[in-house]
Design a binder for this molecule. Structure first.
Ligand code: TMP
Length: 209
Protein backbone atom coordinates (compact mmCIF):
# COMPACT_ATOMS: atom_id res chain seq x y z
CA UNK A 1 0.00 0.00 0.00
CA UNK A 2 1.27 3.46 -0.80
CA UNK A 3 1.34 6.23 1.81
CA UNK A 4 -0.07 8.76 -0.60
CA UNK A 5 -2.85 10.77 0.96
CA UNK A 6 -6.17 11.75 -0.57
CA UNK A 7 -7.14 15.23 0.59
CA UNK A 8 -10.39 16.99 -0.31
CA UNK A 9 -11.23 20.66 0.11
CA UNK A 10 -14.78 21.79 0.70
CA UNK A 11 -16.76 24.89 1.56
CA UNK A 12 -19.42 27.23 0.26
CA UNK A 13 -18.73 29.67 -2.59
CA UNK A 14 -16.28 32.47 -1.85
CA UNK A 15 -14.25 30.79 0.90
CA UNK A 16 -11.05 30.86 -1.19
CA UNK A 17 -10.77 27.14 -2.02
CA UNK A 18 -8.56 27.56 -5.09
CA UNK A 19 -6.06 29.92 -3.48
CA UNK A 20 -5.68 27.84 -0.34
CA UNK A 21 -5.57 24.61 -2.27
CA UNK A 22 -2.61 25.97 -4.29
CA UNK A 23 -0.89 26.88 -1.05
CA UNK A 24 -1.40 23.41 0.41
CA UNK A 25 -0.11 21.79 -2.78
CA UNK A 26 3.07 23.91 -2.63
CA UNK A 27 3.73 22.53 0.87
CA UNK A 28 3.20 18.94 -0.24
CA UNK A 29 5.57 19.39 -3.18
CA UNK A 30 8.15 21.10 -1.00
CA UNK A 31 8.16 17.93 1.13
CA UNK A 32 9.20 15.97 -1.94
CA UNK A 33 5.89 14.22 -2.64
CA UNK A 34 4.39 14.01 -6.08
CA UNK A 35 0.92 15.48 -6.00
CA UNK A 36 -1.95 15.72 -8.43
CA UNK A 37 -4.80 18.20 -8.22
CA UNK A 38 -8.26 17.68 -9.60
CA UNK A 39 -11.72 19.14 -9.09
CA UNK A 40 -15.38 18.17 -9.01
CA UNK A 41 -17.47 18.18 -10.95
CA UNK A 42 -14.68 17.72 -13.47
CA UNK A 43 -11.12 16.47 -13.62
CA UNK A 44 -11.32 14.43 -16.85
CA UNK A 45 -12.46 15.62 -20.31
CA UNK A 46 -15.84 13.89 -20.03
CA UNK A 47 -16.33 14.99 -16.43
CA UNK A 48 -15.51 18.58 -17.43
CA UNK A 49 -18.16 18.25 -20.14
CA UNK A 50 -20.64 17.16 -17.48
CA UNK A 51 -19.53 20.15 -15.39
CA UNK A 52 -20.46 22.49 -18.25
CA UNK A 53 -23.86 20.81 -18.53
CA UNK A 54 -24.68 20.81 -14.83
CA UNK A 55 -23.34 24.25 -13.95
CA UNK A 56 -24.23 26.03 -17.18
CA UNK A 57 -27.38 28.03 -17.62
CA UNK A 58 -29.70 26.24 -20.00
CA UNK A 59 -33.31 26.55 -21.00
CA UNK A 60 -34.25 23.10 -19.73
CA UNK A 61 -35.01 22.65 -16.04
CA UNK A 62 -32.51 20.31 -14.38
CA UNK A 63 -34.40 18.31 -11.72
CA UNK A 64 -32.56 17.90 -8.41
CA UNK A 65 -32.23 14.15 -9.00
CA UNK A 66 -30.62 14.72 -12.40
CA UNK A 67 -28.23 17.22 -10.81
CA UNK A 68 -27.24 14.66 -8.17
CA UNK A 69 -26.76 11.87 -10.74
CA UNK A 70 -24.68 14.11 -13.00
CA UNK A 71 -22.43 14.98 -10.04
CA UNK A 72 -21.91 11.27 -9.35
CA UNK A 73 -21.41 10.43 -13.05
CA UNK A 74 -18.62 13.02 -13.16
CA UNK A 75 -17.27 11.67 -9.85
CA UNK A 76 -17.11 8.11 -11.18
CA UNK A 77 -14.97 9.30 -14.10
CA UNK A 78 -12.69 11.28 -11.81
CA UNK A 79 -12.35 8.43 -9.31
CA UNK A 80 -11.65 5.64 -11.81
CA UNK A 81 -9.56 7.56 -14.34
CA UNK A 82 -7.64 10.00 -12.17
CA UNK A 83 -7.84 9.61 -8.39
CA UNK A 84 -7.53 5.86 -7.85
CA UNK A 85 -4.67 5.35 -10.37
CA UNK A 86 -2.74 8.28 -8.87
CA UNK A 87 -3.06 7.01 -5.30
CA UNK A 88 -2.04 3.51 -6.40
CA UNK A 89 1.06 5.00 -8.02
CA UNK A 90 1.98 6.75 -4.75
CA UNK A 91 0.92 10.22 -5.87
CA UNK A 92 -0.90 12.42 -3.36
CA UNK A 93 -4.24 13.72 -4.62
CA UNK A 94 -5.83 17.01 -3.64
CA UNK A 95 -9.38 17.37 -4.91
CA UNK A 96 -11.36 20.62 -5.01
CA UNK A 97 -14.71 19.28 -3.72
CA UNK A 98 -15.78 15.63 -3.54
CA UNK A 99 -18.72 13.54 -2.29
CA UNK A 100 -19.31 15.81 0.71
CA UNK A 101 -20.27 18.53 -1.77
CA UNK A 102 -23.12 16.31 -2.98
CA UNK A 103 -24.18 15.75 0.64
CA UNK A 104 -24.04 19.49 1.40
CA UNK A 105 -25.50 20.91 -1.85
CA UNK A 106 -27.89 18.23 -3.10
CA UNK A 107 -28.66 16.91 0.42
CA UNK A 108 -28.54 20.01 2.63
CA UNK A 109 -29.26 22.58 -0.07
CA UNK A 110 -31.80 20.79 -2.29
CA UNK A 111 -33.25 18.49 0.36
CA UNK A 112 -32.51 15.12 -1.28
CA UNK A 113 -32.57 12.47 1.49
CA UNK A 114 -29.04 11.70 2.67
CA UNK A 115 -29.64 7.95 2.44
CA UNK A 116 -29.88 8.21 -1.37
CA UNK A 117 -26.64 10.18 -1.55
CA UNK A 118 -24.84 7.77 0.74
CA UNK A 119 -26.06 4.81 -1.34
CA UNK A 120 -24.65 6.44 -4.48
CA UNK A 121 -21.41 7.27 -2.66
CA UNK A 122 -20.98 3.65 -1.51
CA UNK A 123 -21.64 2.43 -5.02
CA UNK A 124 -19.46 4.93 -6.91
CA UNK A 125 -16.58 5.19 -4.45
CA UNK A 126 -16.35 1.61 -3.19
CA UNK A 127 -13.73 1.73 -0.43
CA UNK A 128 -12.28 5.09 -1.48
CA UNK A 129 -12.55 7.73 1.25
CA UNK A 130 -10.63 10.97 1.67
CA UNK A 131 -7.94 10.72 4.36
CA UNK A 132 -8.46 14.36 5.24
CA UNK A 133 -11.23 16.78 4.33
CA UNK A 134 -10.49 20.45 4.85
CA UNK A 135 -13.66 22.46 5.36
CA UNK A 136 -13.05 26.14 4.71
CA UNK A 137 -15.81 27.72 6.71
CA UNK A 138 -17.08 31.30 6.64
CA UNK A 139 -20.44 32.96 7.24
CA UNK A 140 -22.68 32.91 4.17
CA UNK A 141 -22.69 36.71 3.76
CA UNK A 142 -18.87 36.76 3.70
CA UNK A 143 -18.71 34.06 1.01
CA UNK A 144 -21.52 35.57 -1.04
CA UNK A 145 -20.00 39.05 -1.04
CA UNK A 146 -16.76 37.60 -2.42
CA UNK A 147 -18.50 35.69 -5.24
CA UNK A 148 -20.63 38.66 -6.21
CA UNK A 149 -17.43 40.65 -6.74
CA UNK A 150 -16.05 37.83 -8.94
CA UNK A 151 -18.89 38.10 -11.54
CA UNK A 152 -20.00 35.51 -14.14
CA UNK A 153 -22.10 33.37 -11.77
CA UNK A 154 -22.81 29.70 -12.62
CA UNK A 155 -26.19 27.94 -12.18
CA UNK A 156 -25.56 27.29 -8.47
CA UNK A 157 -23.94 30.65 -7.71
CA UNK A 158 -27.29 32.35 -8.24
CA UNK A 159 -28.94 30.45 -5.36
CA UNK A 160 -30.05 32.55 -2.43
CA UNK A 161 -28.60 33.02 1.04
CA UNK A 162 -31.08 30.51 2.58
CA UNK A 163 -29.77 27.81 0.24
CA UNK A 164 -26.17 28.53 1.21
CA UNK A 165 -27.08 28.62 4.88
CA UNK A 166 -28.45 25.07 4.54
CA UNK A 167 -25.32 24.01 2.62
CA UNK A 168 -23.00 25.50 5.25
CA UNK A 169 -24.98 23.97 8.14
CA UNK A 170 -24.85 20.59 6.43
CA UNK A 171 -21.07 20.84 5.96
CA UNK A 172 -20.68 21.70 9.66
CA UNK A 173 -22.87 18.72 10.62
CA UNK A 174 -20.80 16.41 8.42
CA UNK A 175 -17.61 17.71 10.05
CA UNK A 176 -19.08 17.16 13.51
CA UNK A 177 -20.07 13.60 12.62
CA UNK A 178 -16.59 12.66 11.37
CA UNK A 179 -14.08 14.70 13.39
CA UNK A 180 -11.26 12.26 12.59
CA UNK A 181 -11.54 13.06 8.86
CA UNK A 182 -12.59 16.72 8.82
CA UNK A 183 -10.53 19.76 9.74
CA UNK A 184 -12.52 23.00 9.92
CA UNK A 185 -10.51 26.07 8.94
CA UNK A 186 -11.94 29.50 9.73
CA UNK A 187 -11.94 31.15 6.30
CA UNK A 188 -13.52 34.42 7.36
CA UNK A 189 -10.20 36.25 7.77
CA UNK A 190 -7.94 37.86 5.18
CA UNK A 191 -6.10 35.74 2.63
CA UNK A 192 -2.94 36.04 4.74
CA UNK A 193 -4.70 35.05 7.94
CA UNK A 194 -6.32 31.99 6.37
CA UNK A 195 -3.07 31.23 4.54
CA UNK A 196 -1.28 31.05 7.90
CA UNK A 197 -3.87 28.52 9.12
CA UNK A 198 -3.29 26.46 5.97
CA UNK A 199 0.49 26.58 6.54
CA UNK A 200 0.06 25.24 10.07
CA UNK A 201 -2.32 22.53 8.90
CA UNK A 202 0.02 21.49 6.08
CA UNK A 203 2.86 21.09 8.57
CA UNK A 204 0.65 18.95 10.77
CA UNK A 205 -0.48 16.75 7.88
CA UNK A 206 3.01 16.31 6.48
CA UNK A 207 4.60 15.57 9.85
CA UNK A 208 1.96 13.07 10.91
CA UNK A 209 2.43 11.23 7.65
P1 TMP B 1 -16.72 25.35 -7.79
O1 TMP B 1 -15.95 24.08 -7.81
O2 TMP B 1 -16.21 26.33 -8.75
O3 TMP B 1 -16.91 25.90 -6.42
O4 TMP B 1 -18.19 25.06 -8.37
C1 TMP B 1 -18.78 23.87 -8.31
C2 TMP B 1 -20.25 24.07 -8.02
O5 TMP B 1 -20.88 22.80 -8.07
C3 TMP B 1 -20.52 24.63 -6.64
O6 TMP B 1 -21.63 25.48 -6.70
C4 TMP B 1 -20.90 23.41 -5.83
C5 TMP B 1 -21.54 22.53 -6.85
N1 TMP B 1 -21.45 21.10 -6.56
C6 TMP B 1 -22.58 20.41 -6.17
O7 TMP B 1 -23.66 21.00 -6.07
N2 TMP B 1 -22.48 19.08 -5.90
C7 TMP B 1 -21.32 18.38 -6.01
O8 TMP B 1 -21.28 17.17 -5.76
C8 TMP B 1 -20.14 19.11 -6.43
C9 TMP B 1 -18.84 18.40 -6.56
C10 TMP B 1 -20.25 20.46 -6.68
Amino acid sequence: MSNAKFITIEGIEGVGKSTHMDRLVRHIKAHGHSVLTTREPGGTPTAEYIRDVVLGHNDENIPDIAELLLMFAARSLNVENIIRPALLAGTWVVCDRFADASRAYQGGGRGIPMQHINTLADWVLGDLRPDITILLDAPVDVGMSRTTRRGNPDRLDVERAEFYTRVRDCYLDLAKAEPERFVIVDASGTLDEVGALIDALATEILENK
